[in-house]
Design a binder for this molecule. Structure first.
Ligand SMILES: C[S@@+](CC[C@H](N)C(=O)[O-])C[C@H]1O[C@@H](n2cnc3c(N)ncnc32)[C@H](O)[C@@H]1O
Length: 275
């Protein structure tokens, strides 16, 4: 339907490129537009807004996800200029701000996988927890306690709101600050399970993740891996982890989470460590 609506504006190939780079989050649409189509961005935005009845805003993503907070620049193309919205996933409700705090709807399969792995009674430390997506979905499904740490004050505040919205006070704890420092001061040897969702900097924070984890606890180590063959990416990330880890580790599983560029993948390695 959208392709049809844009058929006078875009060629078949152009519209294919466009729709592989388009996300709807609540009532907000975010579209990445190739340079060759930038002159048509207004009409693309207006058409999307007109056609997608559940959308109130269309933004163009004008930068990649960057900086310590892993945020992106957005430019309004059509509709209401507000970046906060409500998003629902696996029976949980979230207030997200698509510009001021990291959020990706494309990690939902991984959130489901982690929530299934968590066991009742566990203490989970989510080192780079953002607005609480992984933490809240896991705590809604299992009787665990989750520490959701984030250095971005807006992400930590939204996480507090989301804890309230999902009635998880005391089960998910939002902590604002640097994960390495918080772990050293309050959370060493506490975690049955530690999540490291800052793939670009996992190696730098691995010692903090190890400090946070109990002996026999599990670390979910995320990274970005270059692989010529997609089928090799998970094995390469296992090898990378084993090359750099200073601790006795048993690999439990590894997989591609998503493609992040040509021959470039976000992967996760699940490891049990022995201290
Ligand atoms: C890729 S995002 C993941 C967020 C969340 N886990 C999710 O999937 O929605 C990484 C997050 O780490 C946070 N961050 C970056 N450096 C940090 C640090 N040193 N300590 C704690 N959080 C940090 C960023 O603010 C960002 O929200």
């Amino acid at each position: 339907m959208l392709k049809k609506a844009l058929e006078n504006v875009l060629s078949e190939k152009e519209s294919e490129d466009l729709f592989s780079a388009f996300d709807q989050i609540g009532d907000i649409i975010i579209v990445r537009i190739p340079d060759s189509l930038l002159s048509k961005k207004k009409i693309i935005g207006e058409t999307l807004l007109e056609q997608v009845k559940t959308a109130k805003s269309v933004f163009y993503q004008s930068s990649s996800v960057e900086g310590d907070f892993r945020t992106r620049d957005l430019e309004i193309l059509a509709g209401v200029d507000k970046t906060e919205t409500e998003y629902k996933e696996f029976g949980c409700r979230f207030i997200v701000d698509v510009e001021k705090a990291f959020f990706s709807p494309r990690l939902s399969t991984e959130r489901d996988r982690i929530a299934e792995l968590v066991q009742d009674g566990e203490i989970v430390i989510n080192m780079f927890g953002g607005v609480g997506m992984f933490s809240i979905i896991a705590a809604k499904r299992k009787k665990c306690t989750v520490y959701n740490i984030d250095i971005n004050p807006i992400a930590a505040k939204l996480c507090e709101k989301n804890i309230e919205l999902n009635k998880l006070a005391g089960r998910v704890i939002s902590i604002h600050g640097d994960a390495a420092q918080i772990i050293e001061e309050q959370l060493s040897d506490q975690g049955d399970r530690v999540l490291m969702l800052l793939p670009e900097r996992s190696d730098e924070f691995l010692n903090s993740a190890i400090l946070a984890t109990k002996s026999n606890g599990i670390i979910h180590y995320y990274s970005h891996i270059h692989a010529d063959e997609k089928s090799q990416a998970a094995k390469l990330s296992e090898k990378h982890y084993l090359d750099i880890t200073p601790i006795k580790s048993k690999i439990l599983n590894s997989k591609i989470v998503r493609a992040v560029g040509p021959r470039y993948y976000q992967t996760v390695v699940d490891v049990r460590i022995t201290k």
